[in-house]
Design a protein around this ligand. Structure first.
Ligand SMILES: Cc1cc2nc3c(=O)[nH]c(=O)nc-3n(C[C@H](O)[C@H](O)[C@H](O)COP(=O)(O)OP(=O)(O)OC[C@H]3O[C@@H](n4cnc5c(N)ncnc54)[C@H](O)[C@@H]3O)c2cc1C
Length: 573
C-alpha cells in the first residue's frame, strides 16, 4: 500500500508543534492533526528551561520568546504567603538565577525564560507556517485509533460527523496525558494516576500594582480552607490560581463564578480589578509510559510522561523527547540508519523522564516542610493560630523555621543539571576510549565536557555563532582540531556507507565560552568530536588513531544501529 505521508503527528501542543517544525526542516512529509478547534487558549506551562531555549534557538524562535518573557526582576521571587498582599511566610530570592546572568552565559548562548504556554504555542505555530509555506495543522481532527502493519499505520480520524483514514509510515503521539495513540498502541502507564486534584481559575488583570509591592512569579497560598498556587504568567495579562480540591467533597463542576471570585479575592487579599476568563480542573499525577515505542508508534511529551508541575519539567521534557526522536526518524525513513536506532529513543529519553518525575515528586513532597512549619498538617485551627501569632509578631521565632524551610526549596526552582540537556547514560553513542578532561567543576549538578552522551558544551565559534548554531537536524557534525581538518575531510570522503551528511568544522583551542576554552575541554591532546544532530556527543577520537576513515565509519555505524554496510530492510520491531 502506498504511504500518504512519512509521519502522522497527533496533537498540536508544544510537543506536536515542535515535531512538525523539525519535520519540515528535515523535509519529511507529515500530517498534523489536533482535536481542538485551536491552540490552547489558557496557559499551563510557563517556565522554559535553558536547554529548551537552545532548541528554540535552533528553530529560530528564541528571540521572539525572549521578547515575550517576564522581565527578570519579576521572575526573581517565589513566595509562600497567606495571600498575595497579606502575611508573607517566606520568600525565595532567585536573584542572579534567572534571565541573562553569568550563571547561564557561562554554559549556554541562551538562558531560561518565563513565557505562558498560550503565548509560546502561537510562536511555534507561526514558525511552522513560515517554514512549511502554509498552515499544515488540521484542527478539529481527532484520532480515534490506529492499526499498524509492515509498511505503516492506518489512523481513523474523526472530523465533525465524518471519519477518514490517514496513512503514514510512522505515527507520533504528541496527544498529551490522555493519549489516544498510547491507548491504541496498548502501552500502559506506570505510577500513581492521581496525587492531587486542582481547580484552575484563570484570570486576566494588570497585576503590576500588586507585584510592584509584592514581587513574585509563583505564590504558594496557604490559609485556613485555602491551599493552592498563583502563577503570574504575565504581569499584565493572564494569571491563574490553582486551588487544591478534594473532588469527592467539592466536585470541580460545583464551583460557580461567584465562588471562584470569592476564592480569587481571598488569594489576592485586596481590592483588585480582574476578569475570570475560564475555570477548569486537572489532576496531578506522576506516571511514565512503560514504553515510548510500539512498532511504528512513538510517544513524545505528556503522552509519555505526566509529572507534578513542581519544577516546571513537563513541557521541557517533551522538548528533549522531540529533539531526540526527530533526527532518528529522519535517518530511518531515509534509509540512513536501521530501524533499531528508534529503540535508542526510549533507551535515552525514558530514564530522563524517570529522573524528572522523581525530581518533581521530591519537589512536591519537600514543600510539606512548610506546611508542617505552619501547622497546616494539624488542621485549620492550628494553622489559624500560627497565622495569628505570626501576624502579630514580626520577630516570631517560627519565622526562622519557615525561612529555613523556604530556603530548602531552592533545587525546585534553580538547578542547572535540570536546566540543561540531560546526560545520556545509555544509547546511541560510543563509550570513550580516552579519559575525558573535565576542566570545569560541577555546578548544581551540571558539568560540561566532551564526554560521549553529553550535549556538546557551549563555546563560541565566532562572535554571535555558538557551537550549537553549527548543528543541523539532518547531519552529524565532526568538530576537529584545525591542524587535522584536511586529514578528516579525506577520511570522511573515503567512507563507503550511506549515512546522514557529515559537516566538518575546524576548531581552534582558543575558542571559548565565559568559563572554558576548547583547549581546556581537549586537555593535553586535541581530539575530534562527533556530534549527533540532536547535539549529543556520539563519539570522540581515541588516542593514537591510525585509520581515521575506518574509525569514523565504525562510529557512524554504531550510532546508526548497524554495522557499516548496506542498510537492512526496515522492519517493525
Ligand atoms: C499548572 C501547570 C503548570 C505547568 N507548568 C509547567 C512549566 O512551567 N514548565 C513545563 O515544562 N511544564 C509545565 N507544565 C506541564 C505542561 O503544561 C505540559 O507538560 C505540556 O503542555 C505538555 O505538552 P504536550 O504537547 O506533550 O501535550 P499537551 O499540551 O497536552 O498537548 C496535546 C494536544 O493533543 C491534543 N489531542 C489529545 N488527544 C487527541 C486526539 N485523539 N486527536 C488529536 N489531538 C489530540 C490535545 O487537544 C492537545 O492540544 C505545567 C502543567 C500544569 C498543569
Amino acid at each position: 500500500m502506498s504511504h500518504q505521508t512519512d509521519i502522522l503527528i497527533v496533537g498540536a501542543g508544544p510537543a506536536g508543534l515542535l515535531a512538525a517544525i523539525i519535520a519540515t526542516q528535515l523535509g519529511l512529509s507529515f500530517e498534523i492533526i489536533e482535536a481542538r478547534d485551536g491552540l490552547h487558549p489558557e496557559p499551563s506551562a510557563h517556565v522554559l528551561k535553558t536547554h529548551s531555549m537552545e532548541v528554540y534557538r535552533r528553530i529560530g524562535i528564541a528571540d521572539a520568546i525572549f521578547a515575550q518573557s517576564t522581565p527578570e526582576e519579576l521572575q526573581r521571587c517565589i513566595v509562600w504567603c497567606e495571600s498575595l498582599t497579606g502575611l508573607c511566610y517566606g520568600r525565595l530570592d532567585l536573584s542572579g538565577k534567572k534571565g541573562l546572568s553569568p550563571r547561564f552565559t557561562r554554559i549556554s548562548p541562551v538562558y531560561s525564560a518565563n513565557v505562558p504556554q498560550n503565548i509560546l504555542e502561537p510562536l511555534l505555530k507561526a514558525r511552522l507556517v513560515e517554514r512549511h509555506g502554509s498552515d499544515p495543522v488540521r484542527f478539529g481532527h481527532r484520532l480515534v485509533n490506529f492499526s499498524q502493519d509492515d509498511e505503516g499505520v492506518s489512523a481513523r480520524v474523526q472530523c465533525g460527523e465524518t471519519t477518514c483514514e490517514l496513512r503514514a509510515r510512522y505515527i507520533i503521539g504528541a496527544d498529551g496525558a490522555g493519549s489516544s495513540v498510547r491507548r491504541s498502541a496498548g502501552i500502559a502507564m506506570d505510577g500513581p494516576p492521581a496525587l492531587a486534584h486542582f481547580l484552575a481559575i484563570h484570570i486576566r488583570s494588570d497585576a503590576m500594582p500588586i507585584l510592584a509591592r509584592h514581587p513574585g512569579v509563583v505564590f504558594f497560598v496557604r490559609a485556613p480552607g485555602l491551599s493552592g498556587f498563583f502563577i503570574v504568567h504575565q504581569p499584565v495579562g493572564s494569571q491563574v490560581f490553582m486551588l487544591r480540591i478534594d473532588p469527592e467533597i467539592d466536585p470541580p463542576e460545583g464551583f460557580d463564578e461567584a465562588q471562584c471570585r470569592e476564592i480569587v479575592d481571598r488569594v489576592i487579599g485586596c481590592a483588585h480589578d480582574y476578569s475570570i476568563t475560564s475555570v477548569g480542573n486537572w489532576v496531578m499525577s506522576a506516571q511514565i509510559a512503560r514504553h515510548y515505542r510500539a512498532g511504528r508508534a512513538l510517544l513524545v511529551g505528556d503522552a509519555g510522561h505526566r509529572f507534578p508541575p513542581t519544577g516546571g519539567l513537563g513541557l521541557n521534557t517533551g522538548v528533549e523527547d522531540v529533539e531526540n526522536l526527530m533526527w532518528k526518524l529522519n535517518a530511518v525513513i531515509r534509509g540512513k540508519a536501521g530501524i533499531d536506532l528508534l529503540d535508542s529513543y526510549e533507551q535515552e529519553c525514558r530514564p530522563i523522564a524517570i529522573r524528572n518525575t522523581e525530581q518533581s515528586v521530591r519537589n512536591n513532597d519537600r514543600m510539606q516542610i512548610i506546611e508542617t512549619a505552619l501547622g497546616g498538617d494539624r488542621g485549620d485551627t492550628v494553622l489559624a493560630e500560627t497565622i495569628g501569632e505570626l501576624r502579630g509578631d514580626e520577630a516570631h521565632p517560627q519565622f526562622a523555621t519557615l525561612h529555613a524551610a523556604v530556603e530548602n526549596q531552592i533545587d525546585h526552582f534553580a538547578f542547572l543539571e535540570l536546566e540543561m540537556a540531560a546526560r545520556l547514560t545509555n544509547g546511541a553513542f560510543v563509550p570513550p576510549a580516552r579519559t575525558v578532561p573535565t576542566p570545569v567543576l560541577p555546578l548544581e549538578g551540571f558539568q560540561p565536557s566532551f564526554q560521549p552522551g553529553n550535549h556538546v558544551p557551549h563555546f563560541w565559534l565566532s562572535p554571535g555563532r555558538a557551537a550549537l548554531d553549527a548543528l543541523r537536524f539532518d547531519a552529524f557534525t565532526l568538530f576537529v582540531p584545525a591542524e587535522t581538518e584536511a586529514a578528516w575531510r579525506a577520511a570522511a570522503g573515503a567512507i563507503d556507507g550511506d549515512y546522514l551528511d557529515l559537516d566538518i568544522i575546524a576548531l581552534d583551542g582558543t575558542m571559548r565560552s565565559d568559563q572554558a576554552s576548547v583547549a581546556d575541554y581537549w586537555g593535553q591532546d586535541p581530539f575530534a568530536v562527533l556530534v549527533r544532530p540532536d547535539g549529543r556527543i556520539g563519539w570522540i577520537e581515541p588516542p593514537g588513531l591510525a585509520d581515521r576513515a575506518a574509525a569514523l565509519e565504525e562510529a557512524l555505524g554504531h550510532i546508526a544501529g548497524r554495522a557499516s554496510g548496506p542498510v537492512p530492510k526496515e522492519r517493525v520491531a
